[in-house]
Design a protein around this ligand. Structure first.
Ligand code: PLP
Length: 431
């Protein structure tokens, strides 16, 4: 197998004039941009930009068509059917806040509760915490198993007739673990509780199938799948979207307005006031085309091979302490909804070296990794660690990147004291 990714040359950031030595291992934070996406945005913005959904002249009508075609493309991409709609937002964060403000808030009372998982990103924690605090409702946290997945049995016990929503991540941004969304949806729906899935990390290792996951809301950001920042998606069941009030108010979401009353439009547009981020949406469409042209099987085969290689190398380093212990063959990513481990995200600590020191040491060699609490502070508290280090992979990574990262870790270790071998207990205690 080639040391260099066959798609690396698609990413201008690695060009000789930019960062030819960059070893980018932070795709869970944001994916780098392929030239296809950058060029699509550039061409749209330079040669056919107009405001969508506003005017009849051709340029504006074209922009409207781009947005509406994009809606269909995204629906196909995530397997949404005729009973679901795609809403364009600014980000995963905004999508979650939209559901919090427009759906959950009106249903929440002092007696109610919202259930989240124990490894949620702050984006899928803070809006629910704030809502619950505002009305005195209860925020319940479903524990995770020793493998890092949401414990479905424990979650089932938290659901009662006052549960208003279950909000969980598809894939943990820290643990890289795929949650059993189908099982969670099944038990939630037995009790008529809607399920929101934060797909910010799950969408990258698709195909995602909304209908098959049977959740009620699924959301993600374009920049997590090689699109641009500032563009997000919320897919929701129409039966809920129709009941929801607008999230933000402004132009383009009304049937009629007078000083006494406003009648809002139906459908996705009700949640998209103001001017659409057409350039971002064009970039998202191009990113979807880019991925689907490569094909999911190629994408996942590449990431699987890199992950296996990474896991094997890390396995041999006794001073690496994974947050969740995963045998190197315990992952397959061709159907993200059925597997435990989503290859590509691996978090760990290193004995005797602070995570931030590791990250800045690696940065000296242009190796970019994430260090810190990874926007999941309660999880780190639970694991009793101040921070962790995350390596996450993307299409542009090759075996050479893993080799550079491992070489960096080894030389850092040499700078500190002799390796201290863990005696069998290589896992953090998460229970
Ligand atoms: C699981 C998860 N949810 C939500 C988010 C927030 O995404 P955004 O910053 O695009 O809104 C992230 C970002 O890393 C994430 O990993």
């Amino acid at each position: 197998m080639s040391m260099i990714s066959p798609w690396k040359h698609d990413f201008p950031i690695f060009s000789i004039n930019a960062h030819p030595n960059l070893c980018y291992l932070d795709s869970a934070a944001t994916c780098l941009t392929p030239k296809h996406v950058a060029e699509a945005i550039y061409y749209y913005q330079c040669f056919s930009h107009a405001n969508s959904h506003k005017s009849l002249y051709q340029l504006s009508a074209n922009a409207t068509e781009l947005v509406e075609q994009a809606r269909e493309k995204v629906a196909n991409f995530v397997g949404a059917g005729i009973d679901e709609s795609v809403v364009f937002t600014a980000s995963s964060t905004e999508s979650i806040n939209l559901v919090a403000a427009s759906f959950v808030q009106a249903r929440l009372s002092k007696q109610s509760n919202i259930i989240i998982g124990a490894a949620e990103h702050h984006a899928n924690l803070l809006p629910w915490q704030a809502l619950c605090q505002r009305v005195g409702a209860n925020l319940r946290v479903a524990p995770i198993t020793s493998q890092g997945q949401i414990d479905v049995t424990a979650l089932a016990k938290l659901i009662d007739s006052d549960t208003v929503l279950i909000a969980v991540s598809h894939v943990s941004n820290v643990l890289g673990v795929v949650n059993p969304i189908k099982s969670i949806s099944a038990i939630a729906h037995q009790k008529n509780v809607p399920v929101l899935v934060d797909g910010a990390q799950g969408v990258r290792y698709g195909p995602v199938n909304f209908t098959d996951l049977d959740c009620d809301f699924y959301l993600f950001s374009a920049h997590k799948i090689y699109g641009a920042t500032g563009c997000g998606v919320l897919v929701g069941k129409n039966k809920y979207l129709e009941q929801m009030s607008p999230f933000q108010l402004g132009a383009g979401i009304v049937k009629s307005v007078n000083y006494a009353e406003t009648i809002y439009t139906n459908g996705a547009l009700k949640f998209e006031p103001g001017s659409h981020n057409v350039a971002g949406i064009v970039g998202l469409v191009e990113a979807i085309d880019y991925l689907t042209d490569i094909t999911w099987s190629e994408v996942t085969a590449h990431i699987d091979a890199l992950s296996a290689y990474l896991f094997d190398q890390l396995h041999d380093l006794p001073y690496i302490k994974p947050l969740i212990f995963l045998p190197s063959n315990d992952f397959v990513s061709n159907n993200v909804s059925d597997v435990v481990q989503c290859p590509s995200i691996f978090s760990f600590t290193m004995s005797d070296v602070a995570c931030h020191d590791i990250a800045s040491f690696l940065d000296d060699s242009e190796i970019a990794v994430r260090a810190g609490r990874q926007c999941a502070e309660p999880l780190h508290q639970k694991l009793n660690i101040p921070a962790s280090l995350r390596v996450s992979l993307g299409l542009y990574n090759g075996f050479e990147d893993i080799d550079r990262f491992i070489a960096g870790i080894k030389s850092l270790q040499q700078l500190f004291r002799e390796p201290q071998i863990f005696d069998g207990d290589s896992e953090h205690n998460i229970n």
